[in-house]
Design a binder for this molecule. Structure first.
Ligand SMILES: Nc1ncnc2c1ncn2[C@@H]1O[C@H](COP(=O)(O)OP(=O)(O)OP(=O)(O)O)[C@@H](O)[C@H]1O
Length: 292
């Protein structure tokens, strides 16, 4: 299985095996540590996210996939006692550090080019959207679900909003199914339709990155296939990070895959390489179903 040599960044056997994308990075975690109170859940995680690609995070239960995803748009900020250190760069600007700690980090790392992003929470959420495991439509009409975030962040006329709602529903491959009942409740849709509604709501504000945490785990195979097709089309306009337990799903739709274990990134590389020629024994055991 290991017959083809692939570039490996470090010769340290304990170091993660990272094959960095050649293209432009929209988002990047560097040496990320995460703490739930005193309990550390991520250890020095690096994660490069290439623009207009799908990046999958896989690994056994409890390895830190969801924690890493929640750290990328700082949703953990809502919960007291949760804290991240390291760097998260959005378009090269750091989301984590304030100006004081930036100068300390620059001194330590000599990484003088980095600037703080200085985004407030709502601006950040508009640029990095999130879709959760269970469909979470708001108790309001299909139209209002999609318009919700847009109304929060932008001023739009009724005609502009109509266009945004239609375009978002079309991109989420839901328009044909709901165009005649936009004013009925989003809660009346099937689970698969509700999840695509959440995708439409997420993309309506035109984020750069869309984070999805096991978005298909509550869906049947037909709805899952539709969602996967939708995500592959959305890649043209957005950069997507998806947490999944479903290895076939990661192999089918993603361009890059990161395998995590016990809070560490073990191996990150183009998806086909990771599945066909894993370099780490742990990755190999996981993708061949020997554990997890
Ligand atoms: N709210 C929390 N408070 C304390 N510890 C937590 C909390 N959420 C997660 N953890 C711990 O952090 C670690 C990583 O959990 P996380 O949910 O990120 O893993 P995961 O890989 O997404 O797992 P799964 O695939 O089962 O969803 C685990 O040890 C978990 O117990």
């Amino acid at each position: 299985m290991n017959d083809v040599a692939t570039p490996i960044v470090s010769r340290d056997p304990e170091a993660p095996i990272m094959v960095r994308p050649n293209g432009d990075l929209v988002l990047e975690a560097r040496q990320l540590d995460f703490f739930y109170g005193k309990n550390q859940s991520l250890y020095g995680v690096d994660l490069p996210i290439e623009r207009n690609k799908i990046t999958a995070l896989i690994g056994p239960s409890g390895c830190g996939k969801s924690t890493l995803l929640r750290t990328l748009n700082k949703i953990y900020d809502l919960y007291p006692g949760q804290n991240a250190t390291g760097r998260i760069l959005l378009d090269g600007k750091d989301l984590l550090t304030d100006r004081a700690s930036m100068s300390r980090l620059k001194e330590r790392d000599g990484d003088v080019a980095l600037e703080p992003a200085n985004l407030d929470t709502s601006a950040l959420r508009a640029r990095i959207g999130m879709v959760f495991q269970k469909p979470t439509p708001f108790p309001m009409s299909i139209y209002d679900n999609v318009a919700f975030g847009v109304r929060l962040y932008f001023k739009k006329s009724k005609a502009e909003m109509d266009q945004i709602v239609e375009r978002s529903l079309r991109r989420a491959a839901l328009w044909e199914e709901v165009k005649d009942k936009l004013n009925t409740s989003g809660l009346g849709l099937s689970g698969g339709q509700q999840q695509r509604l959440c995708v439409a709501r997420g993309i309506a504000v035109e984020p750069e990155v869309l984070l999805l945490d096991e978005p298909a785990s509550a869906l049947d195979p037909v709805s899952t296939a539709k969602l996967e097709e939708t995500l592959m089309e959305l890649r043209e306009d957005f950069s997507i990070v998806i947490v999944t337990h479903n290895l076939q799903q990661a192999a089918r739709i993603s361009d890059y895959t990161g395998f995590m274990f016990l809070g560490r990134m073990i191996e990150f590389r183009p998806t086909a390489e990771l599945f066909e020629r894993p370099q780490s024994t742990r990755t190999r055991d996981y993708v061949t179903g020997r554990f997890g």
